[in-house]
Design a protein around this ligand. Sequence first.
Ligand code: DGT
Ligand code: CA
Ligand code: CA
Length: 570
Amino acid sequence: MKNDLIAVQFELLADLLEIQSANPFRIRAYRNAARTISSTSDSLADLAAAGGDLTQLPGIGKDLARQIVEIAQTGKLKSLTELQQQIPAGVVDMLRIQGVGPKKVAVFFNELHLTSLAELKAACEAGRISQLKGFGKKTEDSILQNIDHAAASASRFSIADAKAAVEAIVADLRLLPAVVRCEAAGSCRRRKETCGDLDVLAICSDPAPPMDRLAAHPLVAAVLQRGETKQRVRLVTGIELDLRVVPEESFGAAMQYFTGSKEHNVVLRQRARDLGLKINEYGVFRGDQSVAGRTEEDVYAAVGLPWIPPELRENRREFEWADQRQLPQLLQQTEILGDLHMHTVASDGTGTIQEMAMAAKARGLQYIAITDHSKRVSMANGLDADRLRTHWQEIRRVREQISGIQILCGIECDILEDATMDLPDDVLAEADWVVAVLHYGLRQPREQIMQRLLNAIRNPHVDAIGHCTGRMIGRREGADVNFADLLKAAADHQVMLEINAHPSRLDLDDVHAAAARDHGIPIVINTDSHSVDGFDVLQYGVDQARRAGLTAKDVANTRPLPEFLKLLKH
Ligand code: DGT
Ligand code: CA
Ligand code: CA
């Protein structure tokens, strides 16, 4: 049972309790617990099974600890199941509608007895929502506008799609003379793995030109809403974008507020309150008087903190670091000197060794490892021992021809379902660099998955574990990895762990990468390129490392090759 699956049940329980108008303190306790659980790297289920004391975790009392054990042991939580019997799933679906929270849903369910999105839509169309006390035509229209999308897509969008779209739109709006400043905020600015929607803020001498321009932008499919200072549009990919025009003196406060995360902002607001201040999207106020708002730096300074990089704003360790003036100097993309995972035409890549090396050199890299697939991955034309040795000879030949970049003879070797390696040890011994990975049998039970990973880590020739869960974000769950054991073994056997920069992989994730750093394990950020353009994804791997709070020192491939090689076990 993974931590996230426990956290999700607590979140749902909190939503249901809120729909029931339960005690707010109880609701908050579940939400806090969910956050603690999903931010903890060690498996709570394992900890509980080993008789560990869960009440050591922040915000976890005896009662919550008992419920964690219950989920870990049975997969379910009885109190949640009971609540779900009282509140139909269709009611919970209503929470997916933009602008609709548990309080509104409670009214729809308790007063109008609506139990599905379809019934809610019909009620809106019949004008029954706007007649409710505390609701108006605006809410009704907004629900009608958003309800179909909520029904169609519970889905979130990859950071790659989100970032590309928002950067194109921001760059376009900046061209207008009326636009003084324009920036992306929200989860995209925090570089989350996926984004629910896009948030853009602008300072304008006149809000009309940017709104007209946005409406006409080729990426925009429909304008959903347009007011004096806010416009919401849907892009052709389905993702929605909010453009908010804010006054110059509030820009920093608005950036801070709309960058989030909500969890980070909750803490910041409380800190302001403790200082007798009020903080919102317009500024920081003492009584009626504004004391900050123009820049984010001012906003943080007003509550006695240094500016916190957006990637860290998840209420994990950033406040602790900021208080101690020990915020990490986060990794930058230009600090990456090597790329240790890529494919060529020898397996399923589209570039030759030469082409990949030249492309890497053009991007400023000093060294690469060519790591084509091993034979188990037959659909990717994986290499057996003979083909691999010939391939390495070819790499050595190219190495002589190209200056300015070093090329390692590598292999991405499958860890087979029976926990043996796909290539014999004597072959692996000849490699400069071996990345071991799981591709098949990802649904095996945790014990088997761990036996495979641990065997690979103990193999004297394995240098790194690549994309260690095998997940495909939004499409496929990763293997059931016991990270506590994985990290311990990697540290003991001096094996590096990869952050795979491909936006649909991005594992290690931020929480596990931070835990690996805490174990002193060198992290290697690789693109897993299958073409000369594949190197473009490096940014997402660097972003993930930044979300983990990593510095250049924590990442092995920021070192020049001789120092990088010193980190290997052989
Ligand atoms: P997303 O779009 O689901 O990927 O995540 P965000 O973080 O972009 O969330 P979004 O778009 O709903 O709102 C953007 C930011 O605005 C969010 O990170 C924090 C702030 N915000 C929005 N609504 C609330 C709220 O009700 N309370 C607080 N404290 N902050 C909010
Ligand atoms: Ca957003
Ligand atoms: Ca938004």
